[in-house]
Design a protein around this ligand. Structure first.
Ligand code: F6R
Length: 244
C-alpha cells in the first residue's frame, strides 16, 4: 500500500484530487466509486473547483456509490443520494442517469442487492474512494463481515449509529440498517483511494495498514489490493509505525 501523509485536511483534499485527476485524465468515461461522510467533502470541493475553473467534464463519467440507508428516499436530506447530489453531482456536469446508488426504498432487499451487484459488474470501477470508520469499517462493512460478501444489507453497530448521529436531529432518527457494497465488491475496483482524517481514526488506520488482515478489522483487507493508496493527515497517521 502506498502511503501519503499530509499536514492537514486541506492538503489531503489536494493530494486526493491529484489521484482522482490522473484517473480522469486517462479515461474520459472513467467509472468512479464514490463515498459519503465528512472525509471526502474536501476532495469533492476540489473536483468542483477544477470543473468550474478548468472545465474538466464528467459528461461521460459514471459514478457508483458505496452505500445507502434502508428506508430513506433520495429526497430525504440524510440519504446518501441527497448527499452526493449536494456535494458533487449537482455541481458538475455528470448525467444523473450515470450516477448509481442502492435504492433505500427498495421493498425486496435481496433483489436490490443482486440488482446492484449487476450494476457493479457492468461498470468495473477505475477507482474506489473510501473513508474509514473509527472501528475500521469500510463502507458499512462492520467488524466481523466476511471478506467474500458483495452487496448486502447490514444492521448498523451502536458505534456507527452514534458516529452518524451528528448528521441527524437525534440519535433515534438514524436508520438502523443500510445497503452496502461488500468487501469483495470494494476489492474488485482497479484502484483504491483510502482517505483518513483526524486523531479518532489513528488506531483504525494503524491496524488496517500494519495489523493482521482479518474480518475483525474490515479495512485490513486493503493490504491485499495491488493498487491501494492511503492518504492520511498527520493526526490519522500518528500511530503508524515508521520503521516497518
Ligand atoms: C460512507 C461510508 C463510511 C464512511 C466512514 C467514515 O459512504 O461508507 O464507511 O466512509 O464511516 O466516515 P467519515 O468520513 O464521516 O469519518
Amino acid at each position: 500500500m502506498k502511503i501519503i501523509v499530509t499536514k492537514d485536511q486541506k492538503e489531503l483534499a489536494v493530494e486526493a484530487w491529484q489521484v482522482m485527476r490522473s484517473v480522469l485524465l486517462q479515461k474520459e468515461d472513467a467509472v468512479l466509486g464514490l463515498a459519503t461522510g465528512s472525509t471526502p467533502i474536501g476532495l469533492y470541493d476540489e473536483m468542483v473547483a477544477d470543473h468550474l475553473k478548468n472545465g474538466t467534464s464528467y459528461r461521460r463519467v459514471r459514478a457508483v456509490n458505496l452505500d445507502e440507508y434502508v428506508g430513506l428516499s433520495p429526497q430525504n436530506d440524510q440519504s446518501y443520494r441527497y448527499f452526493m447530489k449536494k456535494h458533487l453531482f449537482d455541481r458538475i456536469d455528470i448525467d444523473p442517469e450515470s450516477t448509481f446508488i442502492e435504492d433505500g426504498l427498495a421493498t425486496d432487499a435481496e433483489a436490490e442487492c443482486r440488482r446492484y451487484d449487476a450494476v457493479l459488474s457492468r461498470l468495473p470501477r477505475d477507482i474506489q474512494l473510501l473513508g474509514i470508520g473509527a472501528n475500521g469499517h469500510i463502507a458499512f462493512n462492520e467488524p466481523g463481515t466476511p471478506f467474500d460478501l458483495t452487496t448486502h444489507v447490514v444492521d448498523l453497530t451502536q458505534n456507527t449509529i452514534q458516529m452518524n448521529a451528528r448528521f441527524f436531529e437525534k440519535e433515534s432518527d438514524v436508520p438502523r440498517r443500510a445497503f452496502t457494497m461488500g468487501p469483495k465488491s470494494i476489492m474488485d475496483a482497479k484502484k483504491i483511494l483510502l482517505l483518513a482524517v483526524g486523531q479518532n481514526k489513528a488506531q483504525a488506520v494503524a491496524a488496517a495498514v500494519q495489523g493482521p488482515v482479518t474480518p475483525d478489522l474490515p479495512a485490513s483487507i486493503l493490504q491485499r489490493h495491488p493498487d491501494c493508496i492511503l492518504i492520511a493527515d498527520e493526526a490519522a497517521a500518528s500511530l503508524l509505525k515508521k520503521d516497518l
